[in-house]
Unconditional design. Structure first.
Length: 396
């Protein structure tokens, strides 16, 4: 048989080509894997950057609450009727860190609780330089109102003497204002009048003082009780006032003002509409600061927190719902056929800086304790703060 010689010329080239293909595939796989790892890492970085921007946006809302309190507090409970505002748009804002921007909405759930819904993107994602559109994050934070720490233990708390005359009534039993919704259950009876140990209460005519007890002499009541409310002082509270007015004779000028169907917050004598709680000004509870001494109010109505640097005289049928803190003394006369001059709680320091240090409740004036009016005023004038726990959620 003829012998066949094996010719292996050209095998080296074939092997080299196979090796190149295999090595090329390995290199391509390594490049692909490395690219994917890089993209994953980049996306994670963008997600974290966007999340950080969203967190900045949420906390910026909390920090800026005092400057927007008036806007936030007058919102209606979500979901509100179509004509009522139940949320506020947070316009797109560049984060202070310059790492991106955020926008969202703030919703009001009730008088105490809000939801901040915030979306954000980092700078590179916003610029469109990331393949696939980049990253974005949406977070939510439940915020609550941090109200003033006010020790409301009576319908009327006074640092000096009190004179009750005529048919006046000072009642420490809890009263719910007519037509108000969302009020808590009636509270146990408070004292009608709370005074210092050295102060006195005198009566003439047929006044009525009700409560448990009708008159409480409190040894812990001092001048600081009228100036410090937790970690907030009277001066700090006055500095946060929505409305500041010099003491004068406000004759029938304190009344709600509605312009084009909306509550006109630019009018300084518009203090809300407590007798029409479902009206345009029904959710408006301002902090009113009256500077000077000798203010006189004669009609109509207001609500919120009223701070008076001097003495105050109330006449006619004026009604105020909420908290009244007076550095001087209070004088009332008549009621004009209205149920009460004050719903909530009244504090008069009767400071010796003024000539008259005696609060005089006369005529047919009524002072009614109202837990609902107090809480509504505190919740509507307080500032937002984070929940102590379980307040954060990631939204999708």
């Amino acid at each position: 048989m003829k012998q066949v010689l094996k010719n292996e010329r050209g095998m080296a080239l074939a092997l080299a080509i196979v090796a190149l293909v295999v090595v090329g595939a390995l290199i391509a796989g390594a490049f692909f894997s490395g690219t994917q790892e890089q993209r994953v890492a980049e996306n994670v970085r963008r997600v974290q950057a966007s999340f950080g921007v969203a967190e900045q946006g949420v906390y910026d809302v909390i920090r800026g609450w005092p400057t927007k309190a008036l806007t936030y507090n007058v919102l209606y409970q979500y979901p509100a009727a179509p004509a009522a505002a139940d949320s506020v748009l947070i316009v797109r804002t560049t984060a202070a860190s310059k790492t991106g921007s955020y926008n969202g909405r703030l919703y009001k759930f009730n008088d105490e609780n809000y939801l901040i819904d915030m979306s954000a993107q980092d700078t590179m994602s916003l610029a469109g330089r990331i393949r696939g559109g980049g990253a974005s994050q949406r977070v939510g934070l439940l915020a609550r109102i941090r109200p003033l720490q006010l020790n409301a233990e009576a319908s009327l708390t006074a640092g000096g003497g009190i004179v009750a005359a005529g048919n006046a009534s000072i009642d420490g039993n809890d009263h719910q204002p007519t037509g108000w919704a969302g009020c808590p259950p009636l509270d146990s009876a408070k004292a009608g009048i709370r005074i210092e140990d050295s102060a006195t209460v005198s009566a003439s005519g047929h006044p009525t003082i009700l409560g448990n007890p009708p008159v409480l002499k409190d040894p812990t009541l001092t001048d600081s009780s009228f100036s410090h409310y937790g970690d907030v002082t009277y001066t700090q509270l006055a500095a946060q006032a929505t409305i500041t007015l010099a003491a004068s004779n406000f004759s029938n000028s304190i009344a709600p003002v509605i312009t084009n169907g909306a509550c006109d917050l630019t009018v300084l004598t518009n203090w809300g509409s407590p007798t029409t709680p479902t009206g345009a000004c029904g959710s408006y509870f301002p902090i009113i600061h009256i500077t000077g001494n000798g203010a006189v109010i004669n009609g109509q109505e207001g609500q919120g927190i009223l701070l008076v640097d001097g003495s105050l005289s109330v006449q006619g049928g004026f009604q105020f719902f909420g908290i009244v803190i007076i550095k001087g003394s209070l004088k009332t006369a008549g009621s004009g056929g209205t149920p009460a001059h004050f719903w909530g709680t009244v504090e008069t320091q009767d400071t010796v800086a003024f000539t008259d240090t005696t609060t005089n409740i006369s005529g047919s004036a009524n002072l009614l304790y109202s837990k609902c009016a107090i809480l509504k005023a505190l919740n509507a004038t307080g500032f937002g703060t984070m929940m102590r726990s379980r307040g954060w959620v990631q939204l999708y």
